[in-house]
Design a protein around this ligand. Structure first.
Ligand code: UDX
Length: 440
C-alpha cells in the first residue's frame, strides 16, 4: 500500500524578537504560506509572537536563556548576542527531531529564512544541509552606513564621511547606543558577512534605494538580492503580529475627524522618552490646534509614574480633538482618510508603512537606523521634516503646523502620494520577482 505521508515543503522562519522585525517576518511567512509552503516559526520565549493569532503556522519555541537583567538593561546588542549564542543548540535539537520524526510535523524543512540579526541560523542550516535565505528588515542605506561606521571607527573617526554616503552627516550615522563598540562591531560583521546563504530578501524597493543597493552588490554581496518591499503589502492579512494589544477604538475616533486633518504620533516599539519630552510633545500637540492620535506605549517613559497626570491634563484640555492610546493598529491608522501626517521615530517599518499610504512625516529619530531613515525622508525623498535637538513645545507646535497646514506640508504630501502610487504600481508589476523566491 502506498504511504499516505506526503513530504511537504516546509520553511523554518526565524524572526528577531523585536516588533520591528517580527512584523516583516510574519508578513513574509503569510505570503509564502499562501504560495503553498508549510511554515514553522522558530521563536524565543522573550517577546514571543502569539501563536493563537496564526493558526496556519506551527510555532517552535527556542530556549533563549534571556534573563530579566538582560531585558531591563535595554542593552539591545547584548540581548542579540546572547540570543545568537543561546538559541543555536535548541534549534539544532529541533531540526534533528524534525528530520527523524514521522508525523505531520516532521515534514522536511527545505529552507531556513532568518532575520539578518539571527545569523546563528547559518551554522544550523549548514550542519543539516538545508538552504538558507536572509531577510533584511532595515534599509539598504542603513547597511551601507553601518559598514561605513566600522571603517570610520577603525580610522579613529578622523576621516571624512565617504562621498557615497551623501547626504548623511556624522550625526545621522547609526552609531551604537552604548559606547561598547566591540559588541556593535561583532553584530555588524556577523549580520553582513554571508558565506552560506543562497540569497537575500530585502524589505526595500529597487527604485527607492538604487545607488545603495548597487554599492552593496558591487562591494560585498555576491549572492542574489530580492528587494520585495513593502512586505506588509505583498500579502494583506487580517491577523496582527503585534506583541501589545491594539486599541481599535481609535479607528472610530478617526472616523469622526475631517479628512487628512489628524497627526498620528507613534514612536515605535523600543524608543524611550523622558517625562519632560512627553510634556513638551503633549502641550505642543494641544497648542497646534490639530486633531491628534497619540500612542504612548506602556513602559516607553523613563520613571513613568508621573506620566499619567501629564496625559490626563492633556486629555482634559484637548477634549475630543485628541485621542491617546497605548498601542494602535498602525497600518489601518495610516490608511485611514482622516490621517494627514505621521510624527514618527522613523523605524524602517513605520517609514515604509507611511510611504505606502502617502502620508508625510514629522521625523524625530532616537537611535540606530532611525537617523538614517529620517535623513532620507527629509533630504532625499522630500516627504518629511525633521525635528532635532531638545524638544520644546513652541517648536513642536510650529513644526506640526508646517507639516499639516502650510504650503511646504502640502508639497510633501504630494510627493508622498507619488510614492504611494509608485508602490501600488510596482506591487502590480513586480509579482514576478517575488514569485522567483518560490524557486530558491
Ligand atoms: C526597530 C527599530 O527601532 C527600527 O529602527 C528598525 O528599523 C526596526 O526595528 P521599531 O522601533 O519598533 O523597530 O520601529 P518600526 O520599524 O517602525 O516597527 C514598529 C512596528 O510596530 C510597525 O510595523 C508598526 O506598524 C507597529 N506599530 C507601532 C503598531 O502596530 N502600533 C503602534 O502603536 C506602533
Amino acid at each position: 500500500m502506498e504511504s499516505s505521508r506526503v513530504k511537504r515543503r516546509r520553511l523554518l522562519m526565524v524572526p528577531c524578537p523585536y516588533q520591528g522585525h517580527i512584523n516583516p517576518m510574519l508578513h513574509l511567512a503569510t505570503f509564502l504560506h499562501q504560495n503553498g509552503f508549510s511554515i514553522t516559526i522558530a521563536h524565543t520565549f522573550f517577546n514571543s509572537p502569539h501563536p493563537y493569532r496564526h493558526p496556519e503556522f506551527t510555532f517552535l519555541p527556542l530556549n533563549d536563556s534571556i534573563t530579566a537583567d538582560h531585558v531591563s538593561s535595554w542593552d539591545l546588542a547584548s540581548v542579540l548576542l546572547a540570543i545568537n549564542e543561546n538559541c543555536k543548540g535548541s534549534l539544532e535539537e529541533a531540526m534533528a527531531a524534525m528530520a527523524g520524526g514521522d508525523g505531520e510535523e516532521s515534514s522536511e524543512v527545505v529552507c531556513i529564512i532568518h532575520d539578518e540579526l539571527m545569523y546563528y541560523c547559518e551554522g544550523v542550516a549548514s550542519r543539516f544541509g538545508v538552504r538558507s535565505l536572509v531577510l533584511r528588515t532595515t534599509s539598504a542605506a542603513t547597511c551601507v552606513s553601518r559598514c561605513a561606521v566600522l571603517n570610520l571607527h577603525a580610522a579613529g573617526f578622523e576621516e571624512e564621511i565617504p562621498a557615497e554616503l551623501h547626504p548623511l552627516r556624522l550625526k545621522d550615522l547609526p552609531l551604537p547606543a552604548t559606547s561598547d563598540f566591540t559588541k556593535f562591531h561583532e553584530l555588524v560583521i556577523n549580520m553582513y558577512t554571508i558565506t552560506t546563504a543562497k540569497a537575500v530578501i530585502w524589505n526595500t524597493m529597487p527604485w527607492l534605494e538604487p545607488s545603495e543597493l548597487n554599492q552593496i552588490k558591487a562591494k560585498f554581496c555576491q549572492i542574489p538580492i530580492f528587494p520585495i518591499a513593502p512586505i506588509h503589502k505583498i500579502s494583506p492579512t487580517s491577523s496582527s503580529s503585534s506583541l501589545l494589544k491594539e486599541d481599535s477604538t481609535c479607528l472610530s475616533w478617526l472616523d469622526k475627524q475631517p479628512p487628512k486633518s489628524v497627526i498620528y504620533v507613534s514612536l515605535g516599539s523600543v524608543a524611550l522618552l523622558t517625562k519632560e519630552e512627553v510634556e513638551e510633545m503633549g502641550w505642543g500637540l494641544v497648542n497646534s490646534n490639530q486633531p491628534f492620535l497619540w500612542v504612548v506605549r506602556p513602559g516607553s517613559v523613563r520613571g513613568s509614574d508621573a506620566i499619567e497626570l501629564v496625559l490626563k491634563e492633556v486629555e482634559e484640555k484637548v477634549g475630543d480633538r485628541g485621542c491617546i492610546v497605548q498601542w494602535a493598529p498602525q497600518k489601518e491608522v495610516l490608511g485611514h482618510g482622516g490621517v494627514g501626517g505621521f510624527w514618527s521615530h522613523c523605524g524602517w517599518n513605520s517609514t515604509l508603512e507611511s510611504l505606502s499610504e502617502g502620508v508625510p512625516l514629522l521625523c524625530r529619530a532616537f537611535s540606530g537606523d532611525q537617523r538614517v531613515n529620517a535623513r532620507y525622508i527629509s533630504c532625499v525623498w522630500g516627504v518629511g521634516l525633521t525635528l532635532e535637538g531638545e524638544l520644546d513645545r513652541k517648536e513642536v507646535e510650529k513644526v506640526i503646523r508646517r507639516v499639516m497646514v502650510e504650503e511646504e506640508g502640502r508639497k510633501m504630501k504630494e510627493r508622498a502620494m507619488d510614492f504611494k502610487r509608485r508602490i501600488e504600481d510596482s506591487l502590480k508589476e513586480d509579482r514576478s520577482s517575488s514569485c522567483d523566491l518560490k524557486d530558491r
